[in-house]
Write a protein that binds this ligand. Structure first.
Ligand code: GTP
Ligand code: MG
Length: 294
C-alpha cells in the first residue's frame, strides 16, 4: 500500500489565528491559543490523516519585528520552517491591504520557491465586499496556488483547505503512527497549558515575560499525577500580580490549568505551582535554552 505525506508550514503575522487553524484541522487541541499576539513560541506540529495521505502541519510563531533574544529565536523558527517543506499556508487577516509582515513572508516564499496557499481567516467578522477586496489585493501581490476564505474559529472552509493541501503530498513513508496528533512531549504540553492560562488571566507585557518549567512529573500509587511547575517572570512586581491578593490569581491560573491537564492526561492531576523572578530572561541565551527554546 502506498502512502503519501506532505509537510506544510502555517505562517503569518501574530494573532491571525494560525494555532486556531492548526487545532481546527487536526480536530484536537495541539497548540495553545489566546487573544494576545506572540502566543506561540515554538514550532508545533499537528498531524492530519486523510485516507492514505498524511498531512503534517507546522504551526509557527507569528512573524514580527523581534525586540528580545527570545523574539529573535521565534522569528528564526518562522524563517527555518519555510525552507524544506512541501507547501506553505499563509494566514492573513481579512484586511484589503498587504501589510509589511505579509510582504516579507511573501518575499521569503518567493525566494524559497515553495508553493503557497493563502488562507484569509476570520471571515466571520467581515462583509462579502470586504472579502472580495482582500482577495483582489492578495491576488495582485503574489500568484498563490489557491486563495481560500476560512473561519478557523467557526470551522468554515477547513475541509476545503485540507483538500487543497493534499495536492502537495508526495509518495513517502507515514511519518507519524495512526492516532498520534503531535510530537510534543507531555511535559511540554503541560507547560504550554499553564502558559495559556497566564496569557488568558494577565494583562499587557506580564504574560509575555513568563516561562514555565515543569520540575516534577510523576505518578502516585493511586493513579494521581503529581506535577510541579515553576512560573518564571521578569520582575518582582510581576510576581506579586501573578500571585495576586492572598494568592487568588495563582490559584485561579492553577485551577484552570489543572482542569485542562486532567482532560489531556485522562487522569487526576495534583498540580503545584511556584512563581520565581529571573530578570530579563528573554535576553539571556542560556535561560532561553533552559526554558526549552533552542
Ligand atoms: N472572529 C474570529 N476570531 C478568530 C478566528 N480564528 C482565530 N481567532 C481569534 O484570534 C485570536 C488569535 O488566535 P491564535 O490562534 O492564538 O493566533 P496565532 O496566529 O496562532 O497567534 P500567535 O501564536 O501569537 O502568532 C484568538 O483570540 C482567536 O480566538 C476566526 O476565524 N474568527
Ligand atoms: Mg499561535
Amino acid at each position: 500500500m502506498t502512502t503519501k505525506t506532505a509537510m506544510i508550514t502555517i505562517t503569518g503575522r501574530p494573532n491571525v489565528g494560525k494555532s486556531t487553524l492548526t487545532n481546527a484541522m487536526v480536530g484536537e487541541k495541539v497548540a495553545i491559543v489566546s487573544n494576545k499576539p506572540q502566543t506561540t513560541r515554538n514550532r508545533i506540529c499537528g498531524v492530519v490523516n486523510r485516507g492514505q495521505t498524511q498531512l503534517v502541519f507546522l504551526d509557527t510563531p507569528g512573524f514580527h519585528k523581534a525586540r528580545t533574544r527570545l523574539g529573535d529565536y521565534m522569528v528564526n523558527v518562522v524563517q527555518e520552517s519555510i525552507a524544506d517543506v512541501d507547501a506553505v499556508v499563509l494566514v492573513v487577516e481579512p484586511i484589503a491591504n498587504v501589510g509589511e509582515q505579509e510582504q516579507a513572508l511573501i518575499a521569503k516564499i518567493r525566494t524559497m520557491a515553495v508553493p503557497a496557499i493563502l488562507a484569509i481567516n476570520k471571515i466571520d467578522t467581515v462583509e462579502k465586499d470586504t472579502l472580495l477586496a482582500v482577495i483582489a489585493a492578495y491576488s495582485q501581490a503574489y500568484s498563490f496556488e489557491e486563495i481560500i476564505p476560512i473561519s478557523a474559529k467557526r470551522n468554515e472552509g477547513i475541509d476545503e483547505l485540507l483538500t487543497q493541501c493534499q495536492r502537495f503530498a508526495v509518495e513517502g513513508p507515514q511519518l507519524f503512527p495512526d492516532g498520534m496528533v503531535s510530537d510534543q512531549p507531555e511535559r511540554q504540553v503541560i507547560a504550554e497549558i499553564i502558559r495559556e492560562k497566564l496569557l488568558w488571566c494577565l494583562d499587557k507585557e506580564i504574560p509575555h515575560g513568563t516561562a514555565v518549567e515543569i520540575t516534577k512529573f510523576s505518578e502516585r500509587e493511586n493513579e494521581i499525577l503529581d506535577i510541579e511547575a515553576t512560573i518564571y517572570c521578569e520582575k518582582s512586581s510581576h510576581k506579586g500580580i501573578i500571585i495576586g491578593k492572598h494568592g487568588a490569581m495563582l490559584k485561579k491560573i492553577s485551577t484552570m490549568a489543572r482542569e485542562d491537564c486532567e482532560r489531556f492526561m485522562g487522569a487526576k492531576v495534583y498540580l503545584q505551582t511556584w512563581v520565581k523572578v529571573k530578570e530579563n530572561w528573554r535576553d539571556n541565551l542560556n535561560l532561553i535554552r533552559n526554558f526549552g527554546y533552542e
